[in-house]
Design a protein around this ligand. Structure first.
Ligand SMILES: Nc1ncnc2c1ncn2[C@@H]1O[C@H](COP(=O)(O)OP(=O)(O)OP(=O)(O)O)[C@@H](O)[C@H]1O
Length: 604
């Protein structure tokens, strides 16, 4: 039955706030609050109907037949048989709650169980479950329900159970897709390795990850359940002896010219309850999605205000700049001054992760940027390249390259990137598009920044591939990324970075993802190319061995600040800052050799 909206699994899958956190967020949303109150009142009215109903819902008082509302003992009037409309509505609410509970239980039982098993086990289980789900989805639901009436007779609960079967594929598809994603997570593999049974993994790990979207889908199923139940009752397929919203609507509809208001009450209840459920479902979905995503970019005016508040007087040339260039010396190739980067932590504030960094890189210099994980090295590299995440805010500072400010002048950044500034990333494999050959990607990159013809580009690139040490450069040109090794992919990316003939290379942990045997070769290659072309290079790394190998100067970062900048030899010989001393002290090379293990005695 296609009437049930099926959630997009990928939209809600990662959301996993606690039930209490979710409830709090829903109740602080005005729509969520109003819908929750409405639904709570409906549920209470249904549960307490036997005590709340002022009269027997089936007892007639002929003198009150079609009595208008608010004119007699019958607060909402009397129906065409002289029965109290209010009492009947209350008792009908109980029936509706039972009916939609049946729909939900049956569809959850079949859909969620099927989805969990199919998604978790895959293979034949998945194929069979999918096949059954497709058949049920293809069935003409309403026609089947009407046909069922002739078999099961007037039992709305059985009809709703059948409807539960018809909507179960909605849950099945949702849960199956979510579980297939969760199944790939390493923590599920870890749980298996730890010896947990499949039942335990499904109930402890997998079900927890999918429960949020199931709650959202349930709200929609309940809303649809109310409409279907009312429709079946309206068609006269319900139990005649029991009051129901749909049955009351049908009776009032037949009597509409005599007592118009009697149509109003059941229609109002059906409408308001259904709307409240759908809106609550939307609020739940939005809440889950919002908790799944990081804060988005701040509005322009907030950014302007934050920048104005953070502006510091222009940074005096720091010790680094002075040693590098001296007051009268020509400007360095790259000069970062007072760079401050932050990320939104609320709608009006940011958390600073780089706190006013100064950095100068000379032509022909390899400048290492070292520091612990999270100290802000990559933020500086990304700022220079203008590839910070969209939500990041450069609160202050300048990045001067070739006399232009890359922060304040987007045109300068466009001119420099890919041409005068090249980038060697950390993960070679994820930086190559798997759908294009190496040659196509390199050619596209080169032709984006130069006017060369396709043929000329190929010749240049083959020569470059040869230069970066690829054995059969022409053959490699036609390979796809999955056909080459990590080391070869990194050489390809180095060739790509050099293709625009840059003056500056930003290399972000260029060897971290590589095999140790390949790391030395790639470093050697970078050093050779840098010397050969007199390149400036910013080398982000956490490896002091790499720094010692190829850097000329090094800046040490800690918690978003550069704490020390020195020529490499000086820094290794006599580190000044306490943190640098600690960093050097913690390398294995400098550590004391431990005594050999004592031979075991008395073992088995
Ligand atoms: N998209 C982001 N949103 C919020 N904070 C971020 C984001 N990206 C990075 N950060 C924060 O910025 C800080 C610096 O991160 P960065 O990646 O620059 O560190 P790093 O020194 O390069 O670390 P690593 O060596 O682990 O890559 C960290 O505290 C990190 O949590």
């Amino acid at each position: 039955m296609s009437t049930v909206p099926v959630l997009e699994p990928q939209e809600t899958a990662p959301a996993e706030p606690t039930p209490r956190g979710l409830l709090r967020r829903v109740l602080t949303n005005p729509v969520g609050l109003v819908c929750s109150v409405v639904l709570l009142l409906v549920v209470l009215a249904g549960l307490l109907a036997p005590w709340l109903a002022p009269f027997d819902p089936n007892a007639s008082r002929l003198e009150l037949t079609n009595a208008p509302p608010f004119t007699s003992d019958f607060l909402l009037g009397g129906d065409q048989s002289g029965r109290d409309v209010l009492s009947r509505l209350l008792v009908a609410t109980t029936g509706t709650l039972q009916a939609i509970s049946v729909v939900l239980l049956v569809s959850l039982l079949l859909g969620v169980t099927g989805g969990l098993l199919a998604g978790y086990f895959g293979g034949k289980v998945d194929a069979v479950a999918n096949w059954v789900s497709d058949i049920v989805l293809a069935a003409p639901g309403l026609v089947l329900l009407i046909a069922l009436y002739t078999v099961i007779g007037p039992s709305i609960l059985l009809a709703m159970a059948a409807f539960g079967v018809l909507v179960a594929p909605g849950f099945f598809r949702l849960v199956r897709s979510l579980v297939r994603n969760v199944r790939k997570e390493l923590y599920v593999d870890a749980a298996q390795v730890a010896g947990l049974s499949d039942t335990r993994i499904i109930s402890r790990h997998v079900l927890r990850a999918v429960r949020g979207p199931i709650v959202v889908q349930s709200a929609f199923v309940l809303a649809i359940g109310i409409s279907i139940q009312a429709m079946l009752e309206f068609l006269g397929l319900g139990s005649p002896g029991e009051p129901s919203w749909g049955g009351m609507l049908e009776a009032a509809f037949n009597n509409i010219y005599v007592a118009r208001s009697n149509v109003l009450w059941p229609a109002l209840l059906i409408g308001v309850t259904t709307i409240a459920l759908v809106l609550l479902g939307n609020v739940l979905r939005d809440t889950l999605q919002a908790s799944a995503s990081r804060p988005g970019p701040l509005p322009e005016d907030v950014v302007r205000r934050l920048r104005a508040a953070r502006q510091t007087p222009p940074a005096a040339p720091g010790p680094d700049a002075q040693t590098a260039a001296g007051p009268a010396a020509p400007a360095p190739l790259l000069q970062v001054r007072g760079l401050v980067v932050g990320y939104p932590d609320s709608a009006t504030s940011v958390r600073e992760v780089v706190h006013g960094v100064d950095l100068a890189v000379e032509r022909g210099e390899v400048h290492g940027l070292v520091g612990e994980s999270g100290s802000g090295k990559s933020q500086i590299a990304y700022s220079i390249l203008g590839i910070l995440p969209r939500e990041a805010v450069v609160l202050a500072g300048r990045i001067e390259f070739a006399g232009r400010d890359l922060v304040g002048d987007p045109a300068a950044l466009r001119d420099a990137r890919g041409r005068r500034i090249g980038y060697v990333p950390q993960e070679p494999m994820t930086n190559l598009d798997p759908t294009f050959t190496i040659g196509q990607q390199l050619t596209h990159g080169l032709r984006a920044v130069t006017d060369v013809s396709r043929r000329q580009a190929k010749e240049e690139l083959v020569a470059l591939l040869d230069r970066v040490g690829i054995r059969d450069p022409r053959g490699a040109f036609d390979l796809y990324p999955h056909q080459v090794s990590g080391g070869m992919a990194q050489r390809v990316l180095i060739a790509g970075a050099l293709a625009g003939e840059p003056e500056l290379i930003i290399a972000d942990e260029p060897t971290t993802a590589l095999d140790v045997t390949v790391q030395a070769d790639v470093l050697e290659l970078l050093r050779e190319l840098q010397r050969e072309r007199d390149l400036g290079m910013v080398l982000v790394t956490h490896n002091l061995g790499v720094v010692a190998d190829i850097c000329d100067r090094v800046s040490v970062m800690k918690e978003g600040r550069i704490v020390e900048t020195r020529p490499v030899r000086e820094l290794f010989a006599a580190p000044e800052h306490e943190y640098t001393q600690m960093l050097l002290g913690s390398t294995l090379d400098r550590g004391q050799l431990r005594a050999p293990l004592a031979p075991a005695t008395g073992g088995r």
